[in-house]
Design a protein around this ligand. Sequence first.
Ligand SMILES: Cc1ncc(COP(=O)(O)O)c(C=O)c1O
Length: 383
Amino acid sequence: MLAFKARIKRELQRRQELGLSRQVKEVNFGNCPVLEHGGETFLNFSSNDYLGLACDDELRRVWQKGLEIYGCGSGASPLVTGFSSAHAGLKSALCEWLGFESAVLFGSGFAANQALIFGLLEKGDLLLQDKLNHASLMEAGMLSPATMKRFKHNDVASLKALLTDDAFVITEGVFSMDGDLSPLADIRAVVKEDSLLAVDDAHGIGVLGSEGQGSCHLAQITPDVLVVTFGKAFGLSGAAILCSEEMGDYLTQFARHHVYSTAIPPSQAYALTHAVTMLQTQHWRREKLAELQHSFKENFSRFPGYVETATPIKPVLLGDSHFAVEVSQALKSKGLWSTAIRPPTVPQGTARLRITLTANHELSHVLSLAENLERLLENGSIG
Ligand SMILES: Cc1ncc(COP(=O)(O)O)c(C=O)c1O
């Protein structure tokens, strides 16, 4: 007991000294372009609600209708009585939209990724992951009985050097902290028949592709497994693994996060099915994002640390963790919210502002952020 207490104290102190302590902040309307914190309002450049669905009235009304039809919680796991016509409707909509035979639903993307890796891999298997894959994938890989190796970020030659005939390869479609795209067409070309390619498209689904079908559609490939999450462009939460009929059956039987966890509320599945239609048909959301991204490039490309991306994730690299926190706080004093992202979420020495754009932003919001950031960095008012 004493050892645990000492460890907790020591680790908290260490985090503090390294400038890496994190706090949960009470934020209202973090799903809107203007959020509230401590009685003040801030322009929100930190949400993953890329298409502005999280505070959309149409989606809210559909969720409310779902509540009227189905009530509140699902009441059980999917294999007991938790799987309703709303869940079935969501599965069909996802399969039709994304071109897969089967979809298995999960309470979160974190759970879906862990379920996939733990459910599928055995001792003696080889798991190959991009070095910058999300923590949910990395952690599951490290804890799974398989041998995990990491290939260099977006480096197909590095992947090829590690590949065997029957490896399980996982990459993200859009990398969450860098906003860059995986070279999916090249990766698909080297991952041959007896291997499996899985793509976690948490940040590409809804945003990329002619009808929001995501990174794989953009790269014109079909992975063996596609993970989509509902907490970003869908404006809700939860996740699905899309795959073949047989793999879907396998995961339904053996994915423990599916078998032993309460199904998402049916009203949420009902709202998610409507979100699929909104993502497919409301092209204006992607067009608005494109306009904002163009303005972002025009106004930010002169800054040191600017990184060009084809997605609404816009990192500005600042390097030192303390400095990144100072910049983030100085922006807050100007009514602008952009959280500093530090190790261990990103590699050492690459602390950054992770600026995200959403279809609910206005061009004036982007200009205001650019002007303030420029003043802070150039006038030396911080650091
Ligand atoms: C690439 C990626 N995969 C999975 C997840 C986890 O998804 P969820 O937030 O639904 O648990 C995230 C979340 O940030 C992510 O960025």
